[in-house]
Design a protein around this ligand. Structure first.
Ligand code: GLN
Length: 280
């Protein structure tokens, strides 16, 4: 009898936990979003033209896409401005409906979240003092390099400075390893740029359009050049919106909206508009 009571209690407890938690995909399904009347997008508004603050409010290419998704579902758009390196985990746990922050699709991130179709591409860029000599990544030897924490620029430069393991688990020496080069991580691109202007670091590695805007908006004499390897290849990346793993209903709407915006040339329009609007 005691055993049966214990079993019943365990079952009751388990179902209570399941009911209260639910999966992240369920919490952020299109039906759940409709019921709450709000689509919650997480971003980091320090990445113009994709997201930046205008009159204290996050705006930009990603926010225009997010608004089109909210409109398609017929709910309000709620934007949370958070640190970039917390966005994926908040989408994964179901706190956020989606992540829209110039997020590059990577195999590692695909293990935590599902990605929409890509809405644009990018490559890494290096911001340097205007008079610095630069041809390719090996010119960063010995430099103090600033990156944005948890970004692809961070992963690429940290690997080259510290060394890494290849797909077979073999140690590979980084191109900047043992050259005196160091990596400093910042919470956003603007903080890294400030450190460069004040001479704390000598280069910043971030995505192309944000790098170009930082240079255009700077009174200090800076240049933005593509991060290329000695053979001339670059770090081709694709941006996409992310949703919780298995959130099929939301992913379907996101893909439909992104495809429509691409077909109508709207994404290019948003990029041109915000590249101008974000000029200082
Ligand atoms: N595209 C880069 C990444 O996904 C940087 C994004 C960002 O800083 N907002 O890591």
């Amino acid at each position: 009898m005691k055993k049966i009571i214990a079993l019943i209690m365990t079952l009751v407890l388990c179902s209570a936990v399941l009911l209260s938690c639910g999966s992240a995909a369920d919490k952020q399904s299109v039906d759940a979003i409709k019921k709450r009347g709000e689509l919650v997008v997480y971003t980091n508004a320090e990445f113009a033209p994709f997201e930046y603050l205008a009159d204290g409010k996050p705006v930009g290419v990603d926010m225009d896409i997010a608004k089109a998704i909210a409109d398609e579902i017929g709910v309000e758009l709620k934007i949370e401005n958070v640190k970039f390196d917390t966005i994926i985990s908040s989408v994964q746990s179901g706190k956020a409906s989606l992540g829209a922050a110039g997020i590059t699709v990577t195999d590692e991130r695909k293990e935590s979240v599902d990605f929409s179709i890509s809405y644009t591409t990018s490559t890494q860029y290096v911001i340097l003092p205007e008079d610095a000599t630069y041809e390719n990544i090996t010119d960063l030897k010995g430099m103090k390099i600033g990156v944005q924490l948890g970004t692809t620029g961070d992963f690429i430069i940290s690997d080259e400075v510290n060394g890494y393991k290849d797909d077979d688990g073999k140690d590979v020496k980084g191109l900047l390893q043992d050259t005196g080069a160091t990596v400093t991580t910042y919470n956003n691109a603007n903080l890294a740029a400030e450190a460069l202007k004040s001479g704390k670091i000598q280069a910043v590695v971030i995505d192309k359009l944000p790098a170009e805007l930082i240079v255009k908006n700077s009174t200090a004499k800076l240049k933005a050049v593509e991060l290329v390897y000695e053979d001339g290849s670059n770090t081709a990346e694709s941006y996409a919106i992310c949703v919780a793993k298995g959130n099929k209903t939301l992913l379907e709407v996101v893909n439909k909206v992104v495809q429509k915006l691409l077909d109508e040339g709207k994404i290019d329009e948003y990029i041109v508009k915000h590249s101008t609007d974000a000029l200082a």
